[in-house]
Design a protein around this ligand. Structure first.
Ligand SMILES: *[C@@H]1O[C@H](CO)[C@@H](O)[C@H](O)[C@H]1NC(C)=O
Ligand SMILES: *[C@@H]1O[C@H](CO)[C@@H](O)[C@H](O)[C@H]1NC(C)=O
Ligand SMILES: *[C@@H]1O[C@H](CO)[C@@H](O)[C@H](O)[C@H]1NC(C)=O
Ligand SMILES: *[C@@H]1O[C@H](CO)[C@@H](O)[C@H](O)[C@H]1NC(C)=O
Ligand SMILES: *[C@@H]1O[C@H](CO)[C@@H](O)[C@H](O)[C@H]1NC(C)=O
Ligand SMILES: *[C@@H]1O[C@H](CO)[C@@H](O)[C@H](O)[C@H]1NC(C)=O
Length: 458
């Protein structure tokens, strides 16, 4: 009884493997927005979902500290090492370039030795908390593609929170809590990213992974793990990006989770090394950050493959007749149907969902009125504004629907691939070479869903 099931599973698994081999390089690129193709009617544009390349986003941010005068050096101070109060050779003087530690040094190139870093004043006012908010603002929605990594030069904070905003800093939500003792600091159970599952991916956790341990020289980094979260859908080496993209397409919460306009690092308590703070030598306690890594891409709703930094502002170079910093509107005169985000599916090129021209209303009305009202109503088969043509078909002069490849019927209501035989193998080379269209979209969306299920079984 078990054999047929096992064989079926094996077949699914090996076809998953075939499918994986089929688009190895193309997956996850989405770097082309349109290309010219030959059709029966001649040369035409083929539109694809596209997005800018992921890049180092720290080049485009604005940083603000709160309190604003929390940077060391005014007046000059001498600091002692956390692990050795007799080692006091760290001088900070804001008026001397070599001894100043301004915030920009968190984002400069760290190839050289010694490292350059931002440093706060010391914990002079102990036991009043030494707290600093570091806010990074892009004034643009961006999508994170890799871990956020902070490098601390003098012990990692005992308590901190990473927060994000999606509305240019108006509202904030936590991304992750960090503490040597999560219960004590935030009344949260300590967790690590490996405790998360597909279902709990969006949970906000408190982790002790980046605060514990006094061996601070060896581990200076604090991470927000983006890749481990991606891996819950895409597999350990992110080999099944189809599954991730499928999820991102259908789950707005998941997409929004990785999307930000601002980040805020709330430093709540500096490293103290021992359990007791040495009140006689508070020059040992401060924050120092040498590097912040934020990898991501401009969010362009899959309607642009480049994003430019112009006059201090990031903006998508919109295609598909869309406009706005995030390509989130149709251009003027291209409101033939409602704006829509592009889709990652079908793999590998996605669906562009371009904006289409308005009806040339006055022209048509002038001509149509001469036909008489009754006649016109009868003759009117379709209407772009009302989306009478289905499955991506477009209305031609109110007379007939031009269907997307793969569909037929007066209103493009019939999928051509419904019969047996013709479209059995949607992932074969033959299918991939066919013009892109809604038929393939459906077939591949189904295949992607199957892949996803199958991959979780294999
Ligand atoms: C940091 O921001 C929080 C809001 O999240 C605010 O309540 C707090 O006062 C700020 N801390 C400092 C030191 O400015
Ligand atoms: C920063 O400025 C505030 C008032 O604006 C002052 O109370 C505080 O002592 C200053 N902090 C430092 C470290 O200079
Ligand atoms: C901290 O201790 C070191 C070594 O005893 C000493 O040199 C330094 O002046 C002390 N700093 C303060 C602020 O007391
Ligand atoms: C943010 O961008 C908008 C344009 O999209 C601009 O009007 C505004 O001044 C920018 N804000 C800042 C703080 O740069
Ligand atoms: C709008 O899209 C059409 C194709 O539908 C294209 O030919 C045209 O160049 C685009 N117009 C603009 C202004 O981008
Ligand atoms: C009416 O339609 C004809 C083609 O059928 C076209 O040549 C003419 O320009 C149209 N009239 C107007 C006012 O646009």
């Amino acid at each position: 009884m078990l054999w047929p099931v096992l064989l079926a599973l094996q077949a699914v698994c090996s076809s998953v493997a075939d499918a994986m081999q089929h688009y190895p390089a193309a997956w996850g690129h989405y770097d082309v927005c349109k290309s010219q193709i030959y059709t029966e009617e001649g040369l035409a544009w083929d539109y694809m979902a596209c997005q800018p390349e992921a890049t180092d986003m720290t080049k485009y941010l604005r940083v603000a500290l709160d309190p604003p005068n929390i940077t060391c050096g005014d007046p000059p101070e001498t600091y002692c090492a956390l692990e050795n109060p007799y080692m006091c050779n760290n001088e900070c003087d804001a008026s001397t370039e070599e001894l100043a530690h301004p915030p920009e040094l968190m984002f400069d190139f760290e190839g050289r030795n010694p490292t350059t870093f931002w440093q706060s004043t010391s914990w002079k006012k102990y036991p009043k908390p030494l707290q600093v908010n570091i806010t990074l603002s892009w004034n643009k929605t961006i999508e994170l593609t890799d871990d956020i990594v902070l490098t601390f030069e003098s012990g990692r904070p005992e308590q901190m929170v990473l927060e994000k905003s999606l509305d240019y800093g108006r509202t904030w939500t936590p991304y992750q809590f960090y503490a040597t003792d999560c219960l004590d600091a935030f009344t949260m159970e300590p967790k690590t990213v490996s405790d998360l599952t597909q279902r709990t991916l969006l949970d906000i956790i408190c982790t002790e992974d980046y605060s514990r341990g006094y061996v601070w020289k060896n581990d200076k980094t604090v991470r927000f793990e983006i890749k481990d979260r991606f891996a819950l859908f895409a597999g350990p080496r992110l080999h099944n990006m189809a599954s991730l993209y499928g999820q991102l397409d259908t789950t707005k919460n998941l997409r929004d989770f990785f999307t930000i306009t601002d980040l805020r690092i709330k430093l709540l308590k500096p490293a103290t090394g021992a359990t007791m703070v040495d009140e006689n030598n508070l020059s040992r306690y401060f924050y120092a950050i040498s590097d912040i890594k934020v990898q991501g891409r401009c969010k362009c709703n899959l309607h642009a493959n480049s994003c430019v930094f112009d006059k201090g502002k990031l903006g998508c170079e919109c295609e598909h007749n869309t406009t706005g910093p995030d390509c989130s509107r149709c251009k003027r005169h291209y409101h033939g149907r409602a704006w829509s985000v592009g889709s990652y599916l079908p793999i590998p090129k996605g669906t562009a969902n371009i904006c289409i021209p308005n009806n040339h209303g006055p022209v048509h009305r002038a001509n149509a009125s001469s036909l008489g009202v009754a006649n016109r109503n009868q003759a009117r088969v379709c209407d772009n504004a009302m989306l009478r043509c289905q499955n991506g078909g477009t209305c031609h002069q109110h007379q007939r629907c031009h269907c997307s490849p793969g569909f037929s019927g007066v209103l493009c209501e019939r999928a051509r691939c419904q019969g047996p035989g013709e479209c059995e193998d949607p992932l074969s080379g033959r299918a991939a070479a066919r013009p892109r269209g809604a038929g393939r979209w459906l077939a591949l969306a189904a295949a992607a869903a199957l892949l996803q299920q199958a991959a979780s079984l294999c």
